[in-house]
Design a protein around this ligand. Structure first.
Ligand code: 4AD
Ligand code: MG
Length: 464
């Protein structure tokens, strides 16, 4: 067995690979303390895994009465000792303390996390401490695993990562949801074109999507992706919307809508398989306490082909549904979350890819289908959430794109660079955007998107 350096000695590595009899040092936080005669049992968690390590502290420790017996939930400690076989159920080993140092006390009168279960709502009010709970701790680990899995997947597929700007002057989705970035004092923002006097000498904002810039690199490097924070000033107080979220956006040259769908489906399956394999303990916990049936749903996503249908077919399915929707369904209207969930939860039983939406409800850059009524769009809908992915084949024909931009009221000069990509060596290309927090929701079963991002930003809420 390879020996572990002190820095590697997390509870996870100890439980996985340290044999009984090893002398180890563990730095962690106390979950609970239980006394029995002149012995104390401490549950230690260091965030490296769901499992806690049991420490047995005996009365002959120097500081047993003065400190060990005063330890409470949340205190930070460093324990040295020997791993021994544990007589207790549910754990193979425990740590017999030879020395215990208190690194940081946590006043039990005020420490807000107690052994009982807290509501996610309450935990949101203590975003600086909630990562120490089992559920939010698990979310943090799964999120990190997915993040790594994304980079691994794209690297293996020959993609390059490009960093697209956070501050931008182009509004990709054209939905007027950009946060303005300004260096002007509030009182200076008045009169005609105040932003001409601003830092960038024009109006700039926080990106709503890195797609347009990713297209630049797809048309030089073939297969690229961008993955970073994305901002939308939409006033949606729902369990699936954030004002700041992370979006993954691959973009591929010489690729059509079908290639785009194939990549998205393969990627989602790959990521779900990865977390099933690597985050088993956390997923078990989510399956038991957060979302019953989660593991079954993930297994279905991993193993069964997604159903593909056009928007028109989806509308027909919704029209014949034996159920009332809050929002009526009509060809030409956007699908609401209730429709999206119905399609994948009740019609298909697997994720659904809906294609060829009416052009009137989609942005200017999507490739116009023959006939001109629909565009080569695709949304991937998943159970419990609705839209996880939005993507399309891009309009690569100069004249068609130009006409669409004029129709959308875009300033052709400002977007001249985007049109240029169609003037010089234009090729069919496609890509999509996946909302990373919605993926974390899908994989953990967490109901509210605010609980799968460390610091949720929503209307009226940005506390730190
Ligand atoms: O469908 P959207 O708006 O697509 C785009 O922005 C394209 N430019 C992407 C592309 O083709 N490169 O957003 C993509 C995904 C949605 O499917 C959703 O999962 C997520 O981003 N998303 C949000 N997630 C959390 N909060 C919000 N307010 C979101 N808005 C979109
Ligand atoms: Mg969308």
């Amino acid at each position: 067995m390879k020996s572990l350096s002190a820095a590697q000695q997390t509870i996870k590595t100890l439980l996985q690979s340290a044999p009984v009899g090893s002398r180890v040092e563990v730095k962690a936080w106390i979950r609970t303390r239980r006394d029995s005669g002149s012995l104390s049992f401490l549950e230690l968690n260091d965030g490296s895994c769901l499992a806690s390590l049991q420490v047995v502290a005996e009365g002959d420790l120097d500081n047993y009465e003065s400190e060990v017996r005063r330890l409470t939930t949340g205190c930070a400690v460093c324990v040295r000792g020997e791993l021994v076989a544990s007589p207790a159920k549910g754990q193979e080993v425990e740590l017999k303390a030879a020395a215990l140092e208190v690194v940081g006390w946590a006043d039990p009168e005020h420490y807000p996390l107690q052994k009982k279960r807290h509501s996610f709502e309450f935990l949101r009010s203590i975003s600086h401490l909630r990562a120490r709970t089992n559920a939010l701790g698990g979310v943090t680990r799964v999120r990190s695993a997915l993040n790594f899995g994304i980079h691994r997947f794209f690297r293996e597929q020959g993609f390059f990562q490009v960093q697209t700007p956070v501050i931008t002057t182009s509004d990709c989705e054209g939905a007027g949801e950009m946060f303005t970035v300004t260096a002007l004092e509030p009182e200076a923002i008045r009169g005609e074109d105040p932003f001409a006097r601003d830092f960038f000498q024009r109006r700039a904002g926080l990106t709503v999507s890195g797609q347009l810039q990713a297209e630049i690199f797809a048309l030089s490097h073939g297969r690229v992706y961008t993955f970073g924070p994305t901002f939308r000033a939409e006033n949606s107080n729902t369990s699936r919307h954030l004002a700041e979220f992370w979006m993954l956006e691959p973009e591929m040259a010489f690729c059509d809508l079908r290639g785009n769908m194939d990549l998205a489906e393969e990627m989602i399956k790959n990521l779900v398989a990865m977390v099933l394999e690597e985050c088993g303990d956390d997923l078990d916990l989510f399956n038991r306490f957060v979302s019953k049936g989660l593991l079954q749903r993930l297994e279905t996503i991993r193993s069964k082909p997604f159903v593909r249908m056009t928007y028109s077919e989806a509308v027909r399915e919704l029209e014949k549904a034996a159920r009332e929707f809050e929002f009526p369904v009509q060809w030409g209207g956007d699908l609401q979350a209730e429709h999206e969930r119905y399609l994948c939860e009740e019609v298909a039983g697997v994720p659904v890819i809906v294609t060829n939406y009416p052009q009137t409800i989609k942005p200017f850059y999507m490739r116009l289908d023959e006939g001109g009524e629909t565009v080569a769009a695709m949304d991937i809908l998943v159970p419990g959430i609705g839209e996880l992915v939005g993507g399309s084949q891009r309009e690569e024909r100069y004249e068609v794109l130009k006409a669409r931009m004029i129709e959308a009221g875009l300033d052709l000069e400002e977007y001249g660079w985007y049109l240029d990509l169609r003037r010089y060596g234009s090729v069919p290309h496609a890509g999509f955007g996946l909302g990373f927090e919605r993926l974390v929701q899908l994989v953990t079963g967490m109901q509210n998107i605010r609980d799968v991002i460390p610091f949720p930003r929503t209307p009226g809420n940005a506390p730190c």
